[in-house]
Design a binder for this molecule. Structure first.
Ligand SMILES: O=C(CO)[C@H](O)[C@H](O)COP(=O)(O)O
Length: 228
């Protein structure tokens, strides 16, 4: 197991330990969120009784079902807690960049429906400014070239994500993803507003103003809890 994987696992286990009986939990997507699901399933098997987990992707739903976690729909009830990973977390503001796993739309719906959001990362995900890597932007098929041109007109460099089969990647909602090189993002809220003003854009990987609590796995084996 790599050092990064160990950090993810330690932080994921710490997150699962915060779950209490009867809670309705948002289940994130990606490799760290999968470790949370595993740790939660182990606790459930040992007698924890959560009300249910709302999965943010088909992949997470399949894993949770296989491990015996009860699933629930996202409906009008608020979630007690959502637990997810992130690609980048801005130090200071706790703004998040997410979606490199392609689940950004459901992840944002679940994160915003939760009373409390827990983001589980290894320390390498903390950045002084978002934009170290690409920003995923989910698009509809219709007019995709026009939408990509409008992303480029904002100063971004968008690349349509390809799937393993060599065809365009599809989110669980059937949409396309443009991975946009941005450079360091000075004003994430302004960029998010500009992206949402483009009619072909479904959702962006900027998760702002959510005041998450961070659980950060570190190289020396500790898990730091950071509150916004
Ligand atoms: O936003 C996500 C998926 O859409 C993931 O949370 C993000 O990509 C982090 O993934 P990992 O834990 O595998 O590094």
């Amino acid at each position: 197991m790599s050092g990064q994987d160990r950090q993810k696992r330690q932080a994921a286990e710490a997150a699962a330990a915060l779950v209490e009986p009867g809670m309705l939990i948002g289940l994130g997507s990606g490799s760290t969120a999968a470790l949370v699901v595993e740790a939660l399933a182990a606790r459930q098997a040992a007698g924890l009784r959560i009300a249910g987990g709302v999965p943010t992707s088909e992949g997470t739903a399949t894993l949770a079902r296989r491990l015996g976690l009860p699933l629930a729909e996202l409906d009008e009830r608020p979630l007690d807690l959502a637990i997810d990973g992130a690609d980048e977390v801005e130090e200071g503001s706790f703004a998040l960049l997410k979606g490199r796993g392609g689940a950004l739309l459901r992840e944002k719906m679940v994160a915003t429906a939760a009373r409390r959001l827990l983001i589980v990362i290894d320390e390498g995900k903390l950045v002084p400014r978002l934009g170290r890597g690409v920003l995923p932007v989910e698009l509809v098929d219709f007019g995709q070239r026009a939408t990509l041109a409008r992303l480029a007109a904002l100063g971004l460099t968008p690349t349509l994500r390809q799937g393993k089969d060599g065809r365009p990647f599809r989110s669980d909602g059937g949409h396309l993803i443009a991975d946009c090189a941005t450079g360091p993002i000075a004003d994430a809220a302004a960029l998010d507003r500009a992206l949402h003003a483009i009619p072909g854009v479904v959702e962006t990987g900027l998760f702002l103003g959510l005041a998450p609590q961070l659980l950060v796995g570190t190289a020396d084996g500790r898990v730091l809890t950071l509150d916004s």
